[in-house]
Ligand binder design. Sequence first.
Ligand SMILES: Cc1ncc(COP(=O)(O)OP(=O)(O)O)c(N)n1
Ligand SMILES: Cc1nc(C(=O)O)sc1CCOP(=O)(O)O
Length: 208
Amino acid sequence: MYDCQLYLVTPPALDPVAFAPDLARALDAGPVAAVQLRLKDVPDDTILRAIDILRPVAQERDVAFILNDRPDLARRSGCDGAHVGGEDMDAAAARTLLGDQLQLGVSCYDSRDLAMRAGEAGADYVAFGAFFPSVSKETDIRAPVELLTWWSAMMELPVVAIGGITADNCAPLVRAGADFLAVISAVWSHPEGPAAGVRAMNAAIDAA
Ligand SMILES: Cc1ncc(COP(=O)(O)OP(=O)(O)O)c(N)n1
Ligand SMILES: Cc1nc(C(=O)O)sc1CCOP(=O)(O)O
């Protein structure tokens, strides 16, 4: 049995009131380790309103609530942490904004160097991807599975795998040492609904 957990990233352009019951059902079908709120190109007020509505749904279930891109808003709104990538800010700046209590995740794409530097700058996890073509985000990067093998053999810091991950293709990532599998479409676009998506992902992780 591998020690790998599910990490949910929210679907794009969500209405938080309509989405909250879906999130609750998905988390109740868990285990799920973390939820990342990922809202792109919206005003701060919209992000803060979504946090107010969705953060309790996660935290009441002991699921970490992580905010994408905005460590400043994460800190002032009770989130458990923030996730940043290359276009947002460097890891050290994000750590300064978060303080030392909140969790910091850093996108490292397929770069060993970025991951080492993120670790040194105070990241609590690094994320590699995309491992497979993603319908949720355009990217030409194809991270090789060996990156996970290398990282997990060398480092204690947890590693997240992301990008096009499904119940059908995740086994090699689990076996290579991913601590978390981050998914959008495998759960939120599952034909039988998000709870079925969570159950299918966890069954595949257990079977790996
Ligand atoms: C867990 C996790 N890994 C990677 C990403 C991608 O972050 P980033 O490169 O900053 O791109 P956007 O998500 O901001 O489009 C992520 N969000 N979460
Ligand atoms: C948000 C995100 N970041 C990626 C990266 O490669 O850094 S891939 C991705 C989208 C993940 O959604 P899905 O599970 O539907 O492919």
